[in-house]
Design a protein around this ligand. Structure first.
Ligand SMILES: C[C@H](O)CC(=O)C(=O)O
Length: 265
């Protein structure tokens, strides 16, 4: 088995078994190109069940060396909080990494096949059927994944445990980004406040990045795909047993309980 396959398969197996990893398998990629080849194997393993994609920012001090301001990863689990009676549950690997992030999540209304020439910004905006309040529960079987940086994050399914979907925002096209506010509390204590303007260039800029990133990988998007556009209040580490509250003001709120994934599940 080659190096790319061995790293991908180690993450796939650890996630399936709910078992924490002590260290990055083999060795961490030095480039994002290699990291995306690992991720491509993981995405192929998810196959047609893939609900969509997440986007994350790259720390400013790492951008020049990596040649990227953002990274992408698959949504590994989609959780719908819209009709939940109380907190929805998201399992994470005990002893691994987990974080709560308030995000704005796009729902695509049309297919966007990969195109070498790309898409005009207005065509991408027109392809968005709805914008929902949402959350990413970042997660990995490797506790140090986020500290190891973007090539590690990309290598393990983009560091995603789940994207949680809340209600759609009624008039999002007319709303200034700063008016789309977000707040995260963990176990009742506010830990971060922000708004959609905290996503560099706004959620549609993150979407444009994703479309170009996927096209370079020979991938496109389909109507019905979900796209989570990046953290708006920060990356808030959370552990099993805690409840995160995501409050988007008039747009709605929901709660997520983090639970330990059963081993061998
Ligand atoms: C925790 C992730 O690696 C970062 C992320 O998802 C984000 O910045 O958004």
């Amino acid at each position: 088995m080659d190096r790319i396959a061995a790293i991908a398969d180690a993450f796939i197996a650890a996630r399936a078994a709910g078992t924490a990893l002590d260290a990055f398998p083999l060795s961490q990629p030095e480039t994002l190109d290699e990291a995306y080849r690992i991720q491509d194997r993981e995405v192929d393993e998810i196959g047609a069940a893939l609900p969509g994609w997440k986007i994350a920012g790259v720390r400013p001090d790492l951008r020049a060396a990596l040649g990227a301001e953002r990274v992408a990863g698959p949504i590994t689990r989609l959780v719908d909080a819209r009709r939940a009676d109380g907190a929805v549950e998201v399992p994470v690997v005990a002893g691994g990494f987990a974080a709560a992030e308030a995000e704005f999540v796009l729902l695509l209304g049309r297919d966007l096949p990969p195109r070498a020439e790309g898409y005009a910004a207005e065509d991408l905006a027109a392809a968005v059927a709805a914008v929902h309040i949402g959350a990413e529960i970042a997660g990995s079987p490797l506790a140090t994944l986020n500290d190891l940086g973007p090539t590690a994050v990309v290598s393990d399914h983009g560091n995603n445990a789940a994207i949680v979907i809340g209600p759609a925002i009624g008039d999002w096209r007319a709303r200034p980004l700063e008016s789309l506010t977000s707040r995260v509390a963990i176990d009742g204590a506010t830990i971060g406040e922000g708004d959609a303007a905290r996503v560099a260039g706004g959620p549609l800029a993150a979407f444009a990045f994703l479309v170009a990133n996927l096209a370079r990988r020979g991938r496109g998007l389909r109507a019905g795909d979900w796209i989570s556009t990046g953290a708006t209040t920060g990356v808030h580490v959370i552990t099993p047993g805690s409840v995160a509250t995501f409050d988007f003001g008039a747009a709605g709120a929901f709660e997520v309980r983090i639970v330990a994934q059963p081993r061998g599940a």
